[in-house]
Design a protein around this ligand. Structure first.
Ligand code: NAD
Length: 370
């Protein structure tokens, strides 16, 4: 058997989430992490030692001819800037969510990539996990019939009780919609195809919140964003999905995502995970029945989207990567539409219309995507 070709990766941003990417990248044979960088040189050095790669400055990593693909794990406020730097250095980019805070910046990233004939990918890639691939198979195989409606609920009381530095969650580009919305909207687009229009009302329970985490106990956190977003998404498929994304809710009992079709109903797992549970109700079954996974990758396989993009790079465009920049742009446009609709009192028509990402094939062996 011939040795599989690999894409050399440089990781920029060695914070909280980075180890999940280093771990995931070791699973996929197509990825080879050669270098990492961070504004905080000590953070990059520590990750390099832990993971057996080189630590470099951001400038060195971008100038490193070995690096083909940059995985951008910086904070949302600089996602677009760092992705543009990587593209200008001739590297493909896979970025953490969101693609950018502002739509214009996200568009500039996609335009620059097209101009330079480079690929852009973006988190979340959790929809490529076992849970949502199983949901997709059930939908595609017709277990629900035609999907008419559904619900998506991400509701909690906010991160200030556990996150050591929670202020950014309440600044522009933060809030529950930009932090958690990408998981829910991307998962829905994966299942149903793109969104046609959005109507929504947004509000906030508090103008100021109080941190109760140990590191910043008692610190006042001014709230600059809506913290309760409630709306309706109409999909090009005709499905109508009710979505609430909130940091203003102590407790609830809704499932993360449910779909209601002409032949049955589907309960989907938390889209911020790769696993389950997945359950189906049909009139012949008469009860919720938990489903075995049709696909693999049920654990935390962050970087599966980057691996899929690496395959696209190696295929010279024949393979289409699923967690694409176009999909992330669409999710961002939908997220912005919530506040736009609330302020204007109008439905917001969504202009972008990316293709529905292809389902993963059945029968994969671990470490491969095709
Ligand atoms: N932490 C999580 O559980 C989690 C989960 C999913 C997604 N994410 C996403 O991953 C991204 C990173 O999150 P995190 O929790 O790891 O944040 P973090 O604050 O722990 O780490 C971000 C790192 O990026 C570095 N950085 C910031 N600006 C930089 C720049 N211009 N150049 C180089 N390095 C820079 C920081 O020094 C820091 O080490 C965010 O977009 C977040 O939404 C985080």
């Amino acid at each position: 058997m011939s040795t599989p070709k690999k894409i050399n990766v440089g990781i920029i941003g060695c914070g909280n989430i980075s180890q999940a990417y280093f771990n995931g990248a070791k699973t996929f044979e197509v990825l080879n992490v050669v270098s990492c960088a961070d504004l905080n040189a000590a953070a990059a050095e520590a990750k390099a030692v832990e993971n057996g790669c080189k630590a470099e400055s951001v400038e060195e990593l971008l100038a490193n001819p070995e690096v083909d693909l940059v995985i951008n794990l910086t904070i949302p406020a600089v996602h677009a800037e760092v992705s543009m730097m990587a593209l200008n250095a001739g590297k493909h980019v896979h970025c953490e969510k969101p693609l950018a805070v502002h739509l214009e910046d996200a568009k500039a990233v996609l335009d620059l990539a097209a101009e330079k004939n480079l690929l852009v990918g973006c988190a979340p890639d959790t929809f490529m996990g076992a849970g949502f691939q199983t949901c997709r198979k059930l939908v595609d195989d017709g277990w629900l019939g035609r999907v008419v409606g559904g619900t998506a609920f991400m509701m909690g009381r906010g991160p200030e009780s556990w996150h050591p530095n929670p202020a950014f969650f309440y600044e522009i580009g933060g809030g529950p919609m930009f932090d958690m919305g990408p998981y829910y909207i991307t998962a829905l687009v994966h299942l149903l195809g793109p969104v046609k229009r959005v109507s929504a009302v947004t509000t906030r329970a508090f103008e100021t919140r109080i941190a109760t985490c140990e590191a910043q106990f008692g610190k006042e956190l001014p709230v600059h964003v809506p913290t309760h977003n409630s709306g309706t998404l109409e999909f090009h498929s005709g499905a109508v999905i009710t979505v609430t994304v909130s940091f203003d809710v102590y407790k609830h009992q809704h499932k993360p995502i449910e779909l209601y079709g002409t032949e049955g109903s589907l309960q989907c797992p938390d889209p911020n995970t790769f696993g389950g549970p997945v359950a189906v109700w049909t009139p012949t079954g008469g009860e919720w029945r938990e489903q075995a996974f049709s696909h693999r990758y049920a654990k935390n396989f962050r970087s599966i989207g980057a691996a899929d993009m690496a395959m696209a790079i190696l295929s010279g465009g024949a393979h289409k990567h699923r967690a694409s920049g176009e999909l992330a742009y669409h999710a961002l446009e939908v997220m912005h539409a919530f506040e736009k609709s609330s302020e204007s009192g109008q439905h917001i028509v969504i202009e972008s219309k990316p293709p529905q990402p292809a389902p993963l094939p059945l029968g994969l062996i671990e470490g491969r995507l095709g």
